[in-house]
Every structure is written in structure tokens, then in C-alpha cells.
Design a protein around this ligand. Structure first.
Ligand SMILES: [Mn+2]
Length: 311
């Protein structure tokens, strides 16, 4: 990776100690079944970020001044399970250091470890998934950590809300909670979907964005594009409301599968990431302490089944 700081920001905004935000790249593409290349996602995203204006017109802010620490990429790929464990451990470590933790993939299986970490640190976690695919398989091709299983665990352990879904296997209907699913073909005729999704959320929300949730017309560089996806301004409008009304505790963005001749997708991912930071820190003065309300691990609380000495 050539980038030394996120988006080329000055060192004074990029040190771990003073940064409120941590960005963890996970260039993993071990289980994807069709187009390979999500392992190149973080690098393309970081390159595009470096060429992006850092003043946000809509919010009138320069959110990078809150501090963005670019963590070492997670390169564990001996097995999907080992990768998920490593992601889980690393994410949890940064949450416990009171950082706003963000992760850039990589294929969607990385979210298994990410969500597990957030779910251990925040009570009553809602997972908001924007995705074309349900990703609810319990196991796929011999592994529970396949990208097709990305949110199965979340469906069992968190309040999982699935938005933009337009592709799934019939077997997944037995796992899916239709009350908590917004299908793309319904959303297009439903002017209240944003309100309804927000109403279904608890206070603490983790957002996982599979970039194939977007329409392929604006986001062609993804492993498995599906027609009929979300557009730019409606997505921003929705995300802005979520950040305004809920305590978003972190997010990940996955499945950028860059192609050398098509850079607009890389820029969409870069801008989306930055916009989400802008919305998160709207109204936060640069010198304010970042207030994370995670719960310190307590002994004897069943939710924390990880040994405290593990990290
Ligand atoms: Mn997915």
C-alpha cells in the first residue's frame, strides 16, 4: 500500500493517540465465487480518497480534522475463519481504545468479525445492512465464514435490518425476517421506507454497506452487480437521517472490486466513506473528546465470551 495517511492528510491529524476515527483496511478476497478482485478494494479506495476534496460542501465541515488513523491492513488469509478471528480481535481492540472504528474491505465475509466485535461492546445492537444480497446462508462451500454467510450470525445475535435486497436463494427465506427486510422492488414504490427502517432500529446502530446495494449504473465495480439498486442522493439522505437520529457506533464498506478503466466506483466508495464521517461528527468541535458509549467488559456478563486477556 502506497498511502501513508488516509487521504494524504497531514500527520498531525493522522496519529493514533489524537485521532477519533480509526480506519482498518481488510484486503481479503478468499471466498468470492465469481469475479475476484475485492482484495484490491482498499488500495483503490485509498487512492481515490487521496484525490478527493476534503471540504464537505453539504455540512460545511472538514471532518478529517477530527483525526483519522489509518491502521495496518489485516492480511490474515490462511483460512476464512482465521481472517474473521483477526478482524474481530483488531476491531475490538480499537473500540476499547475509545475510537470510532471503520473498516474497508475486502469481501463481505470480513463483516462477520466486525459485527461480532461491535455486538460484544454495545448493548442491543442494530445492524443496518445495505446490500443487494441477503447473505443469510448458515454455511457455504464448507465454511461459515463465506461471503454468502456475511450476516447469518448477525441475524441470530443482533437486530438485523436488511435494505435494498434483490437477490437470494430460496433456502434463505427460512432465516430471513420479512418484517426486518426491505426489498428493492418494494422500496421503489414506498415513500416511507426510510422512516420505517429507522423506526425498526434500537439506539446503537452498526452499518454494513455492501457496495452492490447501489445501482450498477453508478457502482459497476463490484463482484456481483444486480440491477435495480439504490441511487446516490437517496442513500445519502437516508444515511444522514440515521446518523442524526441514532447512535451509529461504527461502519464497514465492502465489495469494491476495482477495474483499472473504471474509476468512478472507487470515487463513489471514497466519497461515501467521507460523507459518513461528516454525518457522524456533524456538530462536534474538533477539540471535543470523542464520546463512545461502549460498555466496558464485565466479568460474568454472558455477552462477553472473549477472555479479557485475549487482546
Ligand atoms: Mn453482501
Amino acid at each position: 500500500m502506497t498511502t501513508k495517511t488516509y487521504a494524504g492528510i497531514p500527520q498531525q491529524f493522522a496519529a493514533l493517540e489524537t485521532s477519533k476515527i480509526v480506519l482498518i483496511p481488510v484486503p481479503y478476497d478468499g471466498t468470492s465465487t465469481w469475479q475476484k478482485g475485492a482484495d484490491k478494494g482498499p488500495e483503490a479506495f485509498l487512492n481515490a480518497s487521496e484525490n478527493m476534496e476534503l471540504y464537505d460542501i453539504e455540512t460545511g465541515t472538514e471532518v478529517y480534522k477530527q483525526g483519522v488513523y489509518l491502521a495496518e491492513p489485516i492480511t490474515e488469509k490462511s483460512s476464512p475463519e482465521a481472517m474473521v478471528d483477526k478482524v474481530h480481535k483488531t476491531v475490538k481492540e480499537y473500540i476499547l481504545r475509545n475510537k470510532f472504528v471503520t473498516i474497508f474491505g475486502g469481501e463481505h465475509s470480513i463483516s462477520i468479525g466486525t459485527i461480532r466485535a461491535f455486538n460484544e461492546c454495545f448493548d442491543d445492537l442494530t445492524v443496518l445492512q445495505l446490500d443487494a444480497h441477503a447473505d443469510l446462508r448458515k454455511e457455504y462451500e464448507g465454511s461459515k465464514c463465506n461471503h454468502a454467510c456475511a450476516v447469518y450470525e448477525a441475524s441470530q445475535t443482533t437486530n438485523l435490518l436488511q435494505v435494498g435486497i434483490r437477490s437470494m436463494d430460496v433456502a434463505e427465506t427460512t432465516v430471513m425476517d420479512e418484517e426486518k427486510t426491505w426489498f428493492a422492488h418494494d422500496m421503489v414504490n414506498d415513500e416511507y421506507w426510510m422512516d420505517n427502517v429507522i423506526e425498526a432500529m434500537g439506539e446503537n446502530v452498526f452499518i454494513t454497506i455492501d457496495l452492490d446495494a447501489f445501482d450498477p449504473s453508478i457502482m459497476p465495480s463490484t463482484g456481483t452487480p444486480e440491477p435495480g439498486g439504490l441511487l446516490w442522493y437517496e442513500t445519502l439522505d437516508f444515511l444522514k437521517q440515521v446518523f442524526a437520529e441514532k447512535n451509529v457506533v461504527g461502519f464497514d464498506i465492502v465489495e469494491l472490486c476495482p477495474r483499472p478503466e473504471e474509476k468512478s466506483s472507487d470515487f463513489l466508495a471514497a466519497k461515501l466513506y467521507y460523507k459518513m464521517l461528516c454525518y457522524k461528527f456533524l456538530g462536534t468541535v474538533q477539540s471535543d473528546e470523542f464520546e463512545s458509549n461502549f460498555h466496558e467488559p464485565k466479568k460474568g456478563v454472558a455477552k462477553f465470551n472473549t477472555n479479557e486477556n485475549d487482546y
